[in-house]
Design a protein around this ligand. Structure first.
Ligand code: A2P
Length: 272
């Protein structure tokens, strides 16, 4: 079974989850139902993906007890603020058909509007209401996290960032570790780019595993929470089957040596 990570909220999160970024809303119910059948119990969506309703429909259809699931969604940039954040959270729960999520994240710092600290205080109120069990952030760099920590009563439980061997974000990871904030990796496979890397391919061959499986092991062995996405059920199963082998220290170091500032998504300072 999937190992769990203990968050600073005292709650646990399955270390491997299933992400639905860019999954077409029309296809989401089928995709998430497949993922649940494969065995995933941790699902990661966001208001801006437009597919929370599909995630909720798959959950309902699966009949899996709510307390066996870990559900994350995120506050979109336009909804940052106090009342607007509360309203957006209400809408997300309504779309999901749930009365509670396990983790609610500020999606991007959106620094130009400068509302992320105010939004964080609203997030603390949501956590106090019990309608989200844990709260955290996404795409925050240390210079965004610090002003939050300066006023926070509740330290963010996680920071979800783009992370893979080509972009290791060591400053954000180390800042998180020093402050009890777990690191969660989005686009853990580098959205396909790493699937053609010769170093990763050689390690995969040595283990008779796929490149995707090797990349996921790198995340897991580094202690990161990881949320691969696929719309194909056989790939979902492949990405879930990563607990039967282990990378050596040399192999881990070989992957870590692939750092190349290879950002695929947006830079946190540039998203409004
Ligand atoms: P698809 O959804 O068509 O399966 P990331 O999580 O890094 O953003 O990467 C997701 C991309 O990698 C998606 O385009 C997904 O495509 C593809 N992908 C996911 N799992 C695998 C896998 N095991 N093998 C090959 N490609 C994969």
């Amino acid at each position: 079974s999937v190992p769990t990570i203990e968050l600073n909220s005292g709650h646990t999160i399955p270390q491997l989850g299933f992400g639905v970024f860019k999954v077409d809303p029309v296809e989401t119910e089928r995709v998430v139902f497949d993922a649940l059948e494969v065995g995933y119990r941790h699902l990661d969506t966001a208001r801006i993906y437009g597919n929370e309703a599909g995630v909720g429909a798959a959950i309902a259809k699966s009949g899996i007890p709510r307390d066996e699931l870990f559900i994350t969604t995120k506050l979109w940039n336009d909804d940052q603020g106090t009342q607007s954040a509360h309203d957006a959270f209400d809408r997300s729960l309504e779309q999901l058909g749930l009365d509670r999520v396990d983790l609610y994240l500020i999606h991007w710092p959106s620094p130009k509007t400068n509302k992320f600290v105010e939004s964080w205080l609203a997030m603390e109120e949501m956590a106090a209401s019990g309608r989200t069990t844990s709260i955290g952030v996404s795409n925050f760099l240390p210079h965004h996290l610090q002003p939050v920590l300066d006023v926070a009563t509740v330290v963010p439980a996680v920071n979800q960032i783009e992370l893979h061997p080509y972009l290791q974000q060591r400053d954000a990871v180390e800042f998180g570790a020093a402050n009890g904030i777990a690191t969660e990796a989005w686009s853990p496979l580098g959205r396909g780019h790493l699937l053609e890397d010769a170093t990763v391919a050689a390690i995969a061959e040595a283990h008779e595993r796929s490149i995707a499986q090797v990349l996921l092991r790198w995340h897991l062995q580094n202690g990161y929470i990881v949320i691969p996405k696929s719309t194909h059920k056989e790939r979902m199963a492949e990405n879930f089957d990563v607990f039967g082998f282990e990378l050596s220290e040399t192999e881990m170091a070989g992957l870590t040596a692939l750092e190349r500032d290879g950002r695929i998504g947006s830079h946190p300072n540039e998203v409004d």
